[in-house]
Design a protein around this ligand. Structure first.
Ligand code: URA
Length: 230
């Protein structure tokens, strides 16, 4: 595997960023300074160091994106740009979004090329918490708290217990641990509410802290571990 790919996969930045690390003499392979980004490394055998700190090799990429409105959570679409356009530095990785946010929904979206992890996180059995901030079109009723807890029939199947907290007249926080199609909007719509804005503030341990809308960051080693151990 090329040295630049090895470093990018391992969380040291985009291909462009890791090429710069290599060019500036910050990378050693088995004690030897390497300035050639196409240098071949064998992940199982070679020891790679950045600024004399050993690199833990990662096979995959894990990116947390603060999804803006107007982008689609699929890899391509005729009408809207894909969220992948927002991480174009990682074009070389076969990234895809873990689950979907509607085109008008903003917030936490995990992008990865780790199919196993995505599959596990999306499995209904795993009960991954997703937290949403919702604004609706008319006054929220306390009764919704119980309805969301008991479950709502959508397409012949009752939703799992969800936690609804009323934050103000028109705003609520909803915690779900499943991810059915347009689930939040359809749960409110069952009681004649229209969701006028929807933001996912948390996906398992991942939050929007430190990110502005449209920005992204690589996951830390401990976040990856937490997701894998979910
Ligand atoms: N529920 C919705 O209705 N839309 C989303 O984008 C996410 C959850």
């Amino acid at each position: 595997m090329r040295l630049d790919k090895y470093l990018s996969n391992s969380g040291y930045g985009s291909r462009k960023e890791v090429k710069s690390l290599i060019k500036h003499g910050q990378v050693k392979v088995n004690e030897k300074l390497i300035k050639d980004d196409s240098f071949h490394v064998i992940p199982e055998k070679d020891l790679v160091f950045v600024n004399d700190l050993k690199v833990n090799f990662r096979q995959n990429h894990y990116i947390l994106l603060y999804k803006p409105e107007g982008y689609i959570s699929s890899t391509e679409d005729e009408n809207y740009p894909s969220v992948l356009n927002l991480v174009s530095d990682y074009r070389h990785a076969a990234l895809f979004p873990v689950g979907r946010l509607d085109v008008d929904t903003t917030g936490v979206l995990l992008l990865t090329d780790d199919g196993d992890l995505a599959h596990r996180l999306l499995s209904p059995k795993r009960h991954v918490d997703k937290v949403y901030r919702v604004t609706v079109d008319h006054s929220l009723s306390d009764k919704l708290i119980e309805y969301f807890k008991v479950g709502i029939l959508l397409d012949g199947k009752t939703t799992l217990p969800a936690t609804l907290t009323i934050l103000s007249d028109l705003e609520a926080e909803v915690i779900l641990n499943e991810g059915r199609f347009h689930q939040v909007k359809r749960m409110f719509s069952a009681f004649n509410y229209t969701v006028v804005s929807l933001k996912r503030t948390q996906f398992d341990c991942l939050t929007l802290k430190g990110l502005n809308v449209g920005e992204y960051r690589l996951l830390s080693e401990s976040e990856i571990e937490k997701l894998k151990n979910h």
